[in-house]
Design a protein around this ligand. Structure first.
Ligand SMILES: NC(=O)c1ccc[n+]([C@@H]2O[C@H](COP(=O)([O-])OP(=O)(O)OC[C@H]3O[C@@H](n4cnc5c(N)ncnc54)[C@H](O)[C@@H]3O)[C@@H](O)[C@H]2O)c1
Length: 278
């Protein structure tokens, strides 16, 4: 009988709990630990709860899944990759170029793989193929949500509040994804995944646009605009629009939970050293 892939879950909030429950019904996977910063939520899962994340290797995981916060990757990413594969659920962490390079180096030395959930990104594999051939010339990802569905701080939060008080849409940010990630780390994982797929443009070349739109209380919209080779005005272009139903105020839309669980299933068997969308 094929052995089950041993999965450790870091973060036991909305995503962590939905992954945990999905794995209970998954014959090819088993949970070997769950860690969370606060321990009260771990009551009820018995011996699967892990107290000290530094000791995760004792549970002999094949895959660690991060669904907590980008800071986990900065602090523990290299340690995880020295032991097993690592699925990064908060890839905005990789807007730190030194961290990205460091993790790629550890992965290629240890022979383990870095996986990124494609999340709400549509067409990630196609974007990556164009990046591999260097035919990808431009990529803009627009996220459009109700102002209350953003979890923002600082200047972007003030702009979102302005949008909430009016009936007009407000563009909160338009520019390189690298600068946007630290400003809105919980909202732009899809854009970070796009920047990793579009590796010839990267976090500096991929453009992110964040729009607060009071007219869509129950929908998260992600638009991906790809530009390829050709004369100006007659270039290769692709535009996709993903409409994802979401409860008012929810940061994560309903379809993203099932997309994430399918990423956990697909996070295996790829080459070591690289970053793989799944
Ligand atoms: N890739 C994607 O498509 C995608 C989609 C949704 C959410 N996410 C990301 O996944 C992560 C989890 O999302 P969620 O909806 O489950 O969030 P959540 O708030 O429901 O759960 C987060 C959990 O992590 C813990 N946590 C919070 N801050 C922490 C920190 N600084 N250090 C350690 N633990 C911390 C909390 O205790 C909580 O249990 C977030 O970073 C979010 O941005 C990614």
């Amino acid at each position: 009988m094929m052995s089950r892939r041993r999965v450790g879950i870091v973060g036991f909030g909305n995503l962590g709990q939905s992954i945990f429950n999905a794995i209970l019904n998954e014959p090819s996977l088993e949970v070997v630990f769950v860690w969370n910063r606060t321990k009260d939520v771990l009551r009820g899962i018995g011996g699967l709860a892990l107290d000290n994340l530094e000791q995760f290797a004792e549970r002999e995981p094949d895959l660690v899944v991060e669904v907590a916060h980008p800071s986990i990757t900065a602090r523990y990413g290299a340690l995880f990759l020295s032991v097993c594969d690592y699925l990064i659920g908060s890839p905005t962490a990789l807007a730190d170029g030194l961290l990205e390079k460091g993790l790629r180096d550890v992965a290629s030395t240890s022979g383990h793989a870095i996986y990124i959930s494609a999340g709400a990104l549509w067409g990630g594999e196609d974007i990556k193929k164009m990046a591999d051939l260097d035919t990808l010339k431009g990529l803009r990802v627009t996220m459009r949500k109700h102002p209350e569905s953003y979890r923002l701080t600082g200047q972007l939060a003030e702009l979102a509040a302005e949008a909430a008080d009016s009936d007009q849409e407000v563009t909160l940010y338009e520019g390189p994804v690298r600068e946007l990630c630290p400003l809105a780390p919980h909202n732009v994982n899809t854009m970070a995944a796009a920047a990793l797929a579009a590796h010839n443009l990267g976090f500096d070349g991929v453009i992110g646009r964040l729009v607060a739109d009071p007219s869509i209380p129950d929908m998260h919209i992600v638009e991906v605009e790809v530009t390829g080779p050709g004369e100006p005005g007659a270039e290769f272009t692709v535009r996709t629009v993903r409409n994802n139903p979401a409860a008012l105020g929810a940061v994560t839309g309903a379809a993203t939970f099932s997309a994430f669980i399918s990423s956990v299933r697909r996070a295996h068997g790829r080459g070591a050293g690289g970053i793989h969308l799944c």
